[in-house]
Design a protein around this ligand. Sequence first.
Ligand code: ATP
Ligand code: MG
Length: 392
Amino acid sequence: MNKVLLISFGEIFLKGKNRPFFLKKLKKLIVIAASCDETALVELSDNRFYIRDFSEQNLSKIIERVKKVFGVHSMSVALETSKDLASIEIACIEAAKEPAKNMPTFKVDTKRADKNYSMKSMEISAHLGGVLLDKFQQLKVDIHNPSFTVYVEVRQENAYIYCERIMGPGGMPVGSSGRAMLLLSGGIDSPVAAYMLAKRGLEIEAVHFFSPPYTSERAKQKVIDLAKIASEYCGPIKLHIVPFTKVQEEIYEKCHHELLTVIMRRFMMKIAENIAQMNKCSALATGESLGQVASQTLESLYATNSYVDMLVLRPLVCLDKLEIISIAEKINTYETSIQPFEDCCTVFTPRHPVTKPKIENLEKNEAKLDVEGLVKSALEETYTIECLPESK
Ligand code: ATP
Ligand code: MG
């Protein structure tokens, strides 16, 4: 009898002709998650991933990491045994031993992947229920509301027995939907956007604009820290850092102040679009949410959107702040996001920003700037940092 980590994936989206592609991506991510144990082996067969040969003290670490792999539906620490009924009985007794100590009722839930097995699922459950009742005299069966369940999966090669199912994050394997360039600030929203995009299978690269000396080294470090935390879910994130001071100063000097924020955002989008194209990303993404601030009205979003050709994804557009915060807490970015460091957007905030900018007004103001030159020099000064989870 072996102890294995049995992993099931969201089978609905894994149907059809993309299946081998999805599974290859998913396997790679699970292998990375299991790499914290030198001897652990990941195998895909018969609709499940199996992690074997790990050392016991690394098991909870592996589980914590697999819990962050999108595409994983659930996992269980299972006893692996041969499919003869006597072996399954022994494994069931072993699996139920601990929960039977302090839980009064149970049921057996059997699934047969091997439809040629000599007994039907219901018969197997009934038989094993009887075996467990004999062994643990204080236990009772409760089909509808058991205090624990003994799961039995009779698969093609072996049978698997476990009592606990640990939920994975769901979603689709990172990289299976393509790659997007996320505008990442040090705020609460954009790291949550990273998580949501990754959940739908997008690989993320990020671009951050900073404006020394108006914004500090510490503010930039905060963004790097956020990218590292997000990378636990998203995989390694290439973070492109763009010095933005010159652009902001030019806009401040030459443009109408109530348009500062929108024009600055248009530059951010334009520069991000260039970096996205250079890095083969098929979409831009932001953490914008409709109506949150003056720059996030429909008119302002249109003004930034229409300045670029690339598709712009806004995964938070219809969430309210409390919903966003609760995701930020779940993915552990919140505490870092609320550290009080300045962002380049807040440094040059106009006192009375327009909420409904007119495109012709923006264009009239931008005509006073050397847009191409400013974009080009920002791109020349951009540098890239690879962000990985801290523990790796
Ligand atoms: P966030 O919490 O993500 O900063 P926010 O509610 O504070 O969002 P804004 O500061 O207006 O809103 O930013 C809106 C979006 O613009 C951000 O979600 C992010 O995608 C992008 N953005 C803002 N500042 C920067 C920056 N310095 N570098 C890169 N992207 C930025
Ligand atoms: Mg912000």
